[in-house]
Design a protein around this ligand. Structure first.
Ligand SMILES: Cc1ncc(COP(=O)(O)O)c(C=O)c1O
Length: 395
């Protein structure tokens, strides 16, 4: 099956033999009964498989986990209450006090806050390397040591769309036996298959392209069976940030249309990039699938398309940028991404406001940067909206 068939028919769309329903059931039960005291005890020791309590496992969550493992080409998956729950649980599953993590910069503002403020409080050191020079900086600054327990990268990076070379980092880490986790939120399995390059863990904010409609928060981790056991059975069940079965249903429904949505997000993004590149009032456009982008060859090597996220700087920086946002009629000024509607925001004052001005500069996030998550609307309407707003902003 090709990927656009797999999202529809792949494991997960289980047919209940009794009802023959073609959509998955939402199992709302928090608790599952035992056939006997002995049966309950066997489920707890793991001698027999079965459901006990939804924090430990749930049939609707299982359908989503199996489907995501299949789509990402992994062995197993775990589902979480949010993308941040997926990231924090993965870190706590793999690192103890005294260990360290290497992370790529820039990174989503929430992940930055977790790594720079909370994680160090638990005695885990965080070392940063620039996304576009990741392998080089790790080697030059000798960031890896015997206490390095995880490498966490976001590629394309939020909000500058910088890429991390997945093959290079997988080669470097496998020599030292350190797992590499890739935040797949921007590209998804539709445009990028990190395991092909030798990485170990894929992390999603399912809130974004997986759901696709900005109506549910969730996170997903896909990996091999051994790491999922550590992350889910030995950590998530006790930390407790599990996904709601209602949201799992929405993510399963979202997955069925992911392929057609991603094609449209990408086609629209390419046209907007072209429009912005040619516009005299636009200083710079950030998009990996752009020939003038210094990482274009890497983009072509590890991605099959540019996805729907792009950023740009407008002449006149932050002040003109704000006017531009306020003059828009159709695009929605809002954070988050991956939705059917186009969402536009100013990272320095919104998604990345967890960075201080100095930290923004160090991470290479320009103050005047504007990020767009291009939706699936008609492209003429989107460009007309940008055009009228730019005309008003500079009149
Ligand atoms: C790249 C990336 N990773 C993780 C997250 C966190 O996801 P959630 O909001 O579902 O916790 C976000 C949220 O914007 C994100 O953009």
């Amino acid at each position: 099956m090709r990927i656009d068939t797999k999202v529809v028919h792949g494991k997960g769309k289980t047919v209940d033999p009794l009802s023959r329903a073609i959509s998955p059931p939402i199992h709302t039960a928090a608790v599952f009964s035992f056939k006997s005291a002995e049966h309950g005890a066997r489920l707890f020791t793991g001698e027999e498989e079965g459901y006990i309590y939804t924090r430990l496992g749930n049939p609707t969550l299982k359908i989503l986990e199996e489907k995501m493992a299949l789509l990402e080409d992994g062995e197993a998956a775990a589902t979480f209450a949010s993308g941040m729950a997926a990231i924090s649980t993965t870190i706590l599953a793999l690192c103890n006090s005294g260990d360290n993590i290497i992370a790529s910069s820039p990174i989503y503002g929430g992940t930055f806050a977790l790594l720079s403020k909370l994680i160090p409080k638990w005695g885990i050191d965080v070392r940063w390397a620039k996304a576009s020079e990741f392998g080089k900086e790790i080697e030059e600054q000798q960031l890896i040591d015997e206490k390095t327990k995880l490498i966490l990268v976001e590629t394309p990076a939020n909000p500058t769309l910088d890429l991390v070379d997945l093959e290079e980092i997988a080669n470097l880490s496998s020599k030292k036996n350190i797992p590499v986790a890739v935040d797949q939120t921007f590209a998804t399995f539709y445009f990028q298959k990190p395991f092909k390059f030798g990485t170990d863990i894929s992390i999603y904010s399912a809130t974004k392209f997986i759901g696709g409609h900005s109506d549910s928060i969730g996170g997903i981790v896909v990996s091999n069976k051994e790491l999922i056991k550590k992350i889910k059975d030995e950590t998530l069940v006790d930390l407790g940030g599990v996904m709601s079965p209602f949201n799992a249903f929405l993510f399963l429904r979202g997955l069925e249309t992911l392929a057609v949505r991603m094609d449209r997000h990408y086609a629209n993004a390419k046209k907007i990039v072209q429009y912005l590149e040619e516009h005299p009032k636009i200083e710079k456009v950030f998009y990996p699938y752009l020939e003038s982008n210094p990482q274009y060859n890497l983009a072509k090597k590890q991605m099959s398309g540019g996805s729907g996220l792009l950023s740009f700087i407008i002449n006149g920086g932050r002040e003109k940028g704000k006017k531009f946002l306020n003059n828009l009629n159709l695009m929605i000024v809002a954070v988050s991404l991956g939705a059917v509607s186009t969402l536009i925001e100013h990272p320095a004052s919104m998604t990345h406001s967890t960075y201080s001005p100095e930290e923004l500069e160090k991470a290479g996030i320009p103050e005047g940067l504007i990020r767009i998550s291009v939706g699936i609307e008609n492209i003429e309407d989107l460009i007309e909206d940008m055009d009228q707003s730019l005309n008003k902003t500079f009149s």
